[in-house]
Ligand binder design. Sequence first.
Ligand SMILES: [Fe+2]
Length: 211
Amino acid sequence: MNKEVLQAVARYSEEIMGSEGFQYVSAVVANCKMLALELEAEADEDHPVTLDMDILVIAAYLHDISTVTHGFQDHQVKSAEMAVEFLNELDLSDEQIKKVEQTLLSHTVPLSESERGVLSEGQVLYDADKLGRLSGLAVVTSLVEFGARYPDRVVNGEVLAAILRHIEERFIELYQSLNTGPAREMARDKFNRTVTFLDGVIEHLSDATPV
Ligand SMILES: [Fe+2]
């Protein structure tokens, strides 16, 4: 694929996402590249990996373009639409555009182990996107969101323990939903530390709550 296409895609993404959004997007692009390289290095005859790096990178740049104007609800559909419209103007084949569209449409869908099958660009993008959300910082973000959503809620130890238990469950589900071994490996340390931290806080809060 010619380099100008990738540059045009990156520029378009930056224009739409703004500098902060583009910073996150660039981290997802970097994660995609890293995962694809790891996966290719691990591949063998019995477990071939046939990822199209250009498609993956283009999709990574464009995966959240619709969120700025349309929010996160079903953003994979809207982002795919906008991406197709934009890519039609560039020097890409119909097949390549179709593949980016497919990657975007599938990048938000967690698959069960039996559904994972042959690894697709969409599954790698899913993992790359989730890696940033698997650190302790995600716990803080969840608490801030809770505070914003229920500003009048009085939070005592018991309520906080329940919220943290809920956050921990989601966090574990998110980790388990990762499609690839390399993504799990990259997230493992932060994930384990965060779960240990949450367990400690929850235990402390539960002990401190008078029955
Ligand atoms: Fe997304």
